[in-house]
Write a protein that binds this ligand. Structure first.
Ligand code: CP
Length: 297
């Protein structure tokens, strides 16, 4: 496949061929990363700027290690400790980063659409590392790679995504990656945490909504639990965290409703004891650490 894109902003307009092409390269990078010297030359002489205006552990470190494995120079800028704190605009920050020689800007931002704004105003290539509620395209790619490692071809496989769907960039990017690869996605979670149109049945192709998690999990090929942001309770979208865990938490009994060995995933960071029990998060079916490792590849 010939790569034609300058930026990676979302997966929603990617073809199956493009997704497959990136996942093939992922497989090659897994091999590079297993060598004693984890280096390949493609980005030698290039500078990758990690611009993380919102908190991150997994994504930030994954991108830094990936850029270094591809021989790039890297530098990190976060909202705290940079001139963003002094009120510098996003546009001025990006102009500064470009003037400093950034070839690629990996960007996490709390505002949906911020990477699009930047991509239209810079010569650098922009990679969206998560913007607001909108998209987290590389999470979609690493989740698809992880599921294919466990299940093989995803054609016809049914994956449950459970939790706070409406605020989840991970849910949107997982749907936009898994469905073109042939998977079916069942969403589950409180109706108050579902986009209104989806709750009312206007769902994307390949996606269904089943509010009863036990029914959603029956015979499923895998499950992805989403992080519950505890402030949702304060904003009145949930009665209590204890009730959430009772109705939508991934327990050992619940994961037993899926097919034998169906994997359990979570993008992290996890609230153990709320959306996922510790025994499930660290149990035999869990691929949470594999997801983290695959994020670099
Ligand atoms: N999965 C994910 O995006 O985690 P971080 O917020 O730690 O980057």
């Amino acid at each position: 496949m010939k790569w034609k894109r300058r930026h990676i902003l979302d997966i929603d307009d990617w073809s199956r061929e493009e997704i497959e092409g990136v996942l093939e390269t992922t497989g090659a990078m897994v091999e590079v990363l297993s060598r004693p010297i984890r280096k390949a030359p493609p980005l030698r002489g290039k500078t990758v700027i990690l611009f993380f205006a919102e908190a991150s552990t997994r994504t930030r470190v994954s991108f830094e290690l990936a850029a270094k494995a591809l021989s790039a120079d890297t530098t990190l800028i976060t909202a705290t400790g940079s001139s963003v704190e002094k009120g510098e605009t996003l546009l001025d920050t990006v102009r500064t980063l470009e003037a400093l020689g950034g070839d690629i800007i990996v960007m996490r931002h709390a505002s949906s659409g911020a990477p699009y704004f930047v991509a239209e105003r810079t010569e650098a290539a922009v990679i969206n590392a998560g913007d607001g509620w909108h998209a987290h395209p590389t999470q979609g790619l690493l989740d698809a790679h992880t599921l294919r490692g466990a299940l093989g071809d995803l054609d016809g496989k049914r994956i449950v995504i459970v939790g706070d769907i409406v605020h989840s960039r991970v849910a949107r990017s997982d749907i936009n990656t898994l469905v073109p690869l042939g998977a079916r996605v069942t969403l589950s979670g409180p109706p108050t945490l579902m986009p209104a149109a989806w709750r009312c049945g206007a769902l994307p192709d390949g996606v269904t909504y089943e509010p009863d998690l036990d029914r959603a999990l029956d015979g499923a090929d895998g499950v992805i639990a989403l992080r519950l942001q505890k402030e949702r309770q304060e904003s009145g979208l949930l009665p209590s965290l204890r009730e959430y865990r009772t109705v939508w938490g991934l327990t050992t009994a619940r994961v037993g409703r899926m097919r034998p060995n169906a994997p359990v995933m979570h993008p992290g960071p996890m609230n153990e004891g709320i959306e996922i029990d510790a025994a499930v998060a660290h149990g035999a079916r869990s691929l949470v650490e594999t997801q983290v490792t695959n994020g670099v590849a």
